[in-house]
Ligand binder design. Sequence first.
Ligand code: ZN
Length: 439
Amino acid sequence: TGGLFVSGQRHMLNKSLQGLVGLRNLGNTCFMNSILQCLSNTLELRDYCLRNCHITDLNNNCRSNTALIEEFAKLTQSLWTSANNEPISPSEFRNQVQRCAPKFVGCNQQDAQEFLRFLLDGLHNEVNRVTVRPKVSVLDFDHLADDEKGRRMWNMYLAREDSKVVDLFVGQLKSSLTCTACGFRSTVFDPFWDLSIPIAQKISGEVTLKDCLRLFTKEDVLDGEERPTCTKCKARRKCTKRFSIQKFPQILVLHLKRFSDSNVRASKLSTYVNFPLKDLDLREFASEPSERPVYNLYAVSNHSGNALGGHYTAYCKNPALGEWYSYNDSRVSPMSSSQVRSSNAYVLFYELATPSHMGGNVKSAKLAIRCLQYASMFFLFCFPYFTQKGHFEASLLSLECIFFSFKYRLLVLSIYCYYRDLRSTPHTPNARYNLFYLI
Ligand SMILES: [Zn+2]
C-alpha cells in the first residue's frame, strides 16, 4: 500500500503542475507567448482543445485550412498534459501564424492585442459551424423596439459566424445616434471581440477601470467633417453618439489603449489603472437595465517598457488550482493576487460569474434534488438493519418507488424552469448551461 500511496502522490504532483509550463521565446515572440498563456488559462477554450471538440467541428465542415486550430490545440494539450514542466517551443504554431498572417513574420515587436484579434478570428474561421454563409440581406428593423432589433441583428450575425470561439468571446455593442436638430434617434448594433477602452486621465486620485469604461461610453459629439446623415432630416447634422453593451460575452476582453497609435506607436501611457480581480459589476454600461453582468478576472497580458520596445508577460489564474502565476516566456512562477494589478496591465481577461438570473426556482429544485440524494443514501445505509428485521423490506421497496417518482417529477420541474429561464433571457448564452448545472 506504501508504493501505491507514493505513486498516487506523484500523480497528484504532476496534476498540480499542469498548465504551469513556460513557452520558449523564438526571438521577440513574447507578445505571442503572453496571449497563448492567457488563452491556455481560459477554461472553456482549454477544455474545447483537451477534449478534442475542435475535431468534431472540423469534421462537420470539411475545410481545407485547419492547421491553425490544430497547432493551437496541440500546443494547449502539451501545456496541460506534459509530464514535466520543461518549457515548450511554440515553433510549429508560429509557422502556422506566419502562413496565415505574414504581418507576424520576422522578429519585430508586435502588439499583443492585435495578435489576439488575429488569432481568435483565425481560430473561429476554421471551426465555424456555418459552412455556407447566407447572403447578407438588407432588412429594415427600424420599426422595431431596440431590444428586438438587437436580438434580430445578433441572430443574423450567428447565421454567418457561429463557433465555440464566438460562443465565448463575442458580445454586442449598441451605438445610439441622436440628431441635435430633430431629436431623431437611430441605433446600430455591432458584434465585438474585445473592447478597446481609452485611459481616463485624472489630476488627482487613482484612475479606475470604471473611469475608463465611463469615458468609453460617454456621450460623444459628432460635428464638422464627422457629421452623420440624419435619416429624418435627410441631411448631415450634428449628432451625439453613445455606446452601451447590448449583449455581454462569456469572456470579456478589455484592451487598455496605452499606445497612441497602434501602427506608429509613438507614445505609451503608463497610467496605473486600478481594476477589480473580483465582482466587476458592469450594470451601468448595459443597454438593458435588467442585465446584471458581474465579471471575475482570470488573466492579464502585461507590457513593460516604452512604445519603441518592451516585453510582454502574462499573469494567469490557474483554473485547476485557483492560484495566480506569472508567465515570463519559459519561466513560470507563483505570485500573490495582490501583485496582479500594475501599470503594465495591457489586456484584461474577465469571465462572467455564474449568472444571477439563475432563478430561485432553479436553485430550490437543485437543493431538493440534493436533499433527495442524501435521503436515498440514508435509506441505503439503513438497508442491512431493515433486512435484519425482516418485515421492513416491503415498505422499503414502496418508499423507493415514491422516491423515484419524486425524482422524475423534479426533473420535469427543472426542465420546465430551464426553458422558462431561457425564454425570459433568450440572448444570454448562460441560460443554456443551467440544465447542465442541474444535472
Ligand atoms: Zn434630424
